[in-house]
Design a protein around this ligand. Structure first.
Ligand code: FAD
Length: 174
């Protein structure tokens, strides 16, 4: 068995028969909450704000299709800070502690690619990728279904919705 679990790089591994997985950048930042005890999570249309026990307040995140570029940009940081300060004005005085960005494995329909590739030239190729914004959340169920298949169990019916070959003729909308 070969398992393509290469995240946003999955589309490069099996070129030219690659699944349509593309990087979707997420910029984030952390405020130093030394003088601020937020105590709750806030979701707004422009940012989410998550207090952490280590004293940081995490503000996330952008969703940008800009290739394999993990930069933090002025516009990205501005958008996150504006959204956070609009929701909780007193955050504006907190120091910025960290900036970073990650690349999510995005698919055209936002759903993962899970299970066997039916039309691949490579035999016994499985995909476990394309989890987009939910790869941490979906790690346990992904591990369970993929390990069941490796051990010879039939592919469960519910995996049809996540069939890796469902995009054979589809490309990303801009
Ligand atoms: C800002 C941000 C916030 C997020 N928040 C959440 C959240 O709150 N909850 C949640 O569930 N998800 C969240 N996600 C999404 C989550 O991080 C991803 O869905 C998850 O990391 C995808 O896991 P993965 O193992 O498929 O890919 P990755 O974690 O990217 O791992 C892929 C691995 O494959 C390796 N690789 C690539 N090419 C090759 C190769 N040719 N050979 C060998 N190895 C290779 C890479 O080095 C990497 O280690 C967030 C993502 C971002 C960017």
């Amino acid at each position: 068995m070969i398992i393509n679990a290469a995240g946003c790089w999955s589309g490069l591994v099996n070129a030219p028969n690659c699944p349509p997985v593309q990087p979707v950048r997420g910029q984030m930042l952390a405020l130093d909450s030394v003088s601020e005890d937020l105590g709750f999570v806030v979701h707004t249309p422009h940012a989410y704000i998550v207090p952490r026990r280590d004293g940081r307040i995490i503000v996330g995140s952008t969703t940008e299709r800009v290739g394999f570029d993990k930069s933090n940009t002025a516009a990205g940081v501005k958008g996150l800070l504006s959204g956070a300060i609009q929701a909780i004005p007193r955050l504006e005085s907190l120091p910025i502690k960290e900036l970073w960005a990650g690349l999510r494995p995005g698919t055209p329909d936002g759903l993962p690619l899970l299970g066997p590739a039916q039309k691949s030239a490579i035999q016994n190729l499985l995909f476990a990728t394309g989890h987009y914004r939910n790869g941490i959340l979906l790690a346990p169920i992904t591990a369970k279904v993929i390990s069941d298949i490796i051990q010879g169990q039939p592919v469960p019916d519910f995996l049809k919705a996540y069939a890796p070959d469902r995009f054979r003729r589809q490309t990303f909308a801009s």
